[in-house]
Design a protein around this ligand. Structure first.
Ligand SMILES: [Zn+2]
Length: 302
């Protein structure tokens, strides 16, 4: 074989896989959100090269694929995304890629009766399913079965890892429930910048109010602020929360509004809503992010 052919083959091999220290080529799998990437890594262990394109603090509703993302997406063997219109600006890109390779919405197998339909989100379903750990487990099982279909030689390995990971999720689900229920009912009110916590509220028995709608694409208005201020003052709510992936502007307006009414409300802290924390920290994993949120909520509202 001529050397230029060998060279071309080498380029092709690098383009769809990435070598590690041992020189083994691992298939490239691309996830949109960090939560999906984290689940895929838990299932795959070190057999696949999993890359998430949306890092800490990134808002998936507004995120547009960069040139670098497009390169990675085109090199990937499989792509996993949340779906239910979470990735509001990536629909076209994902649809195009879906013509040539598996592009999987991790929410696709969840029974529609378990999803929250939201009239003000164009009558679509609420995409933030990772806030109900038991629903997220279903998404994880979809990821596992899709990976097993694509790489049958690794299926047993994936199944074993997925079983361990979903057991950890079962434990987490119970832990969240127990800790939120330690708050008396009148204190179980969660006020955030955007309406990400609807599933959390249903699963763990908490009243949830967001200033912006389901998607951060919708703007908040003065009316929304004054309604929320009335609600906070009437119900003597102790704290409101900011989100790491949403501008603080909205929630600061609420804090100001409460101050003007002579009601001192505090910002209860940062919640991880649509993005995880920094890689290498506990909050940089799905389980750590959920735990951090629950501790922040409990400590601020108790
Ligand atoms: Zn959101």
């Amino acid at each position: 074989m001529r050397s230029w052919v060998l060279g071309l083959l080498a380029v092709l091999a690098v383009s769809c896989s990435q070598g590690d220290k041992s020189g083994v080529q691992r298939p490239l799998i691309v996830a949109t959100t960090g939560m999906i990437g984290d689940a895929l890594m838990n299932i795959a262990g070190d057999t696949l090269n999993v890359v998430s394109i949306m890092g800490p603090g990134v808002d998936p509703h507004l995120y547009k694929a960069t040139q670098g993302d497009l390169t990675r997406l085109s090199r990937a063997e499989m792509i996993f995304y949340n779906g239910l219109h979470l990735e509001g600006k990536m629909g076209e890109v994902l649809e195009k890629l879906g013509r040539t390779k598996p592009v999987i919405a991790v929410t696709e197998d969840i029974d529609k009766s378990k999803l929250r339909k939201v009239p003000e989100f164009n009558n679509n379903y609420d995409p933030h399913i990772w806030f109900d750990v038991s629903l997220w487990k279903e998404a994880v099982l979809t990821m596992n079965s899709e990976l097993g279909e694509q790489y049958p030689e690794l299926k047993d390995h994936f199944d074993e890892n997925a079983s361990k990971y979903t057991q950890a999720l079962d434990t987490l689900h119970i832990w969240v429930k127990e800790n939120i229920l330690r708050l008396p009912e009148e204190k179980r009110v969660l006020i955030t910048a955007h309406d990400a916590f609807g599933y959390f509220g249903v699963a763990y028995d908490m009243e949830v109010r967001g200033l912006q709608g389901i998607s951060t694409l919708s703007e908040f208005g003065l009316r929304d602020i004054s309604d929320l201020v009335d609600y906070i003052v009437d119900n003597k709510i102790k704290a409101v929360f900011v989100e790491t992936s949403v501008s603080e502007r909205a929630i600061n307006a609420v804090v100001e509004g409460c101050k003007e009414r002579g009601f001192p409300i505090k910002i209860g802290g940062n919640l991880y809503s649509d993005a995880m924390g920094n890689p290498g920290t506990e909050e940089g994993t799905y389980i750590g992010m959920v735990k951090s949120n629950v501790i922040t909520i409990y400590e601020s509202l108790k």
